[in-house]
Design a protein around this ligand. Sequence first.
Ligand SMILES: [Mg+2]
Length: 266
Amino acid sequence: MTIQGIVFDVDGTIVLEDKVLDGAPETLELLRSKGYKLVFCTQQNQYSERKLSERLAAVGLNVPPAEIVSAGTVSVNVIAERHPGSDVYVVGSDSLRNRMARRGLKVLQDRLGEQAEVVLVATDYEVNQTRLSAAAEAVRRGAVFYVTNLDRGEPMKDRIIPGPGSIALAVAYTARRRPIVLGKPSSTMVAAVQERLGLPASSLAVIGDQPAQDVRFGHALGAATVLLLSGVTSAEALKRVPASFMPDAVLSGISEVPGWLDQMNT
Ligand SMILES: [Mg+2]
């Protein structure tokens, strides 16, 4: 079957550290003009789709909010639907807390966090012992334990800081409970992308820079998988990737995607 829909990762795929990657704007326009349906699936959880769209527009990328599926919004939706009106404790950003409150969830302050019925761990630049302790104690007492995504680190300008996966591990290890993952490569994210695109999995390609997130996500979706070397994975590091995370194709960057699609679709 020919490829009709493309699921792009964002960081390391179309942008890197708030800079647009070479050829990304032209490539996206070309793919749109050829009739491909695009979705941008990101582990981002600190911004709404509208805000993400504005941030991409600021660097010259035209990505409307309707084409974005983020781990943050998927997490808010899932928790609001599965646990309506419940007491929630969030180790994450104010944006995430506000979006949960707007969906009718009762977002607890740090000092009441241990009483939560649901705990969500996400990207948190201000995480501290108070927050980790509140989350771990709530989970130990039986709260449902979610994490937006299992990324180990968040790349900053000159270093990598602990990401949601590493923060969740501290809570999990303390409370002796594993979190339920809601972002890539979870079945929750698979369902969110399928719903957005409305195309059969065999007509989709997932394109991203992380084997453990993007390639695994593509496999879970049943899509073709492409790994780009423009982000966190080097050609050298790819040699050490387990066979089960290997993509169908490896390309240097997004500019090579149209050529790969032409090859696939002939
Ligand atoms: Mg990425």
